[in-house]
Design a protein around this ligand. Sequence first.
Ligand SMILES: Cc1cc2nc3c(=O)[nH]c(=O)nc-3n(C[C@H](O)[C@H](O)[C@H](O)COP(=O)(O)OP(=O)(O)OC[C@H]3O[C@@H](n4cnc5c(N)ncnc54)[C@H](O)[C@@H]3O)c2cc1C
Ligand code: FES
Length: 277
Amino acid sequence: MSHKITRKMDLNSDDFYVEVEAPLVAERFRAGNFTILMTVPHGERIPMSIMKAEDGKISMFIKKLGKTSRELYKELDTFENVIGPMGKPIDIKNYGTVVVASDLVCGHAENYAICKALKEAGNKVISYQTFPTEKEIYPEEVLANDVCDEFHLTTEDGSKGEEGHYIDLLEERLENGEKVDIVFAGGSLPNLKELGEMTKEYNIPTIVTVRQIMVDASGMCGACRVFVDGEMQLACIDGPMFDAHKIDWGAALRRPKMYAEMEKVALEHCKELGRCE
Ligand SMILES: Cc1cc2nc3c(=O)[nH]c(=O)nc-3n(C[C@H](O)[C@H](O)[C@H](O)COP(=O)(O)OP(=O)(O)OC[C@H]3O[C@@H](n4cnc5c(N)ncnc54)[C@H](O)[C@@H]3O)c2cc1C
Ligand code: FES
């Protein structure tokens, strides 16, 4: 079944926004779930975080990386398939004061969805969204400022908003003795590792998205395995969010680079065909 793309817009020079008709996914979506996209018949299945699910449509933030995302940006106005919702939603309850933080495309999508769900559950929700510079900041309409109680837009070079990465700003907050009951975060994997090391010192539970390569996304192939507290977990069905203090980060950081050579060849071929830029 083909799914119509109802809105596509640039978020910055690398990332774009896509809204697509997917009523079955939208109806059952819970914060923490993701979707699997097939852009063309027999194409690869790629996982994507969901920012918003409303009126039978889901919205996503997508980075122009390799063949599939670039072809989608340039050529496509439908998806062959939009599957899900996949994965395990977060436990939505009143934790008290919650920090939700992100510094990359997928994390920014999750930031919006998690803030919205936890605010509706009665939490005090503090959102941090970090971008490298002013140039990369997304349009205000898709930031989490409307779905949290306290919003921090930060740039690493200080060109707009507060200066610094969310890890440093959150650490300052904790050093000042401010209360935080739990942290949810997504985005750059090395930064999520560092976040976990920092919050562990303050004994603050920290749940982060571990993006791993997914092939079938149904628990059959083992490609997305993550080791948590010494046990093998599958990001596609047991995750993708796990306790940052218990993840085997060495393995989690190595695995996503496994197919880099093949991805390069696929992108070159797509460019030769004129379907990618
Ligand atoms: C749970 C989850 C949520 C994600 N959410 C987002 C999101 O919101 N926005 C976004 O832009 N990206 C997201 N990703 C990553 C996204 O799936 C890849 O960027 C996409 O598959 C790239 O495909 P490509 O053909 O354009 O690039 P390729 O050249 O094929 O790959 C570029 C890089 O993307 C990653 N990747 C490629 N294929 C897969 C795959 N099948 N599964 C997981 N990662 C892959 C690898 O790190 C790879 O090196 C998410 C991944 C996971 C696992
Ligand atoms: S992607 Fe195959 S088990 Fe998760």
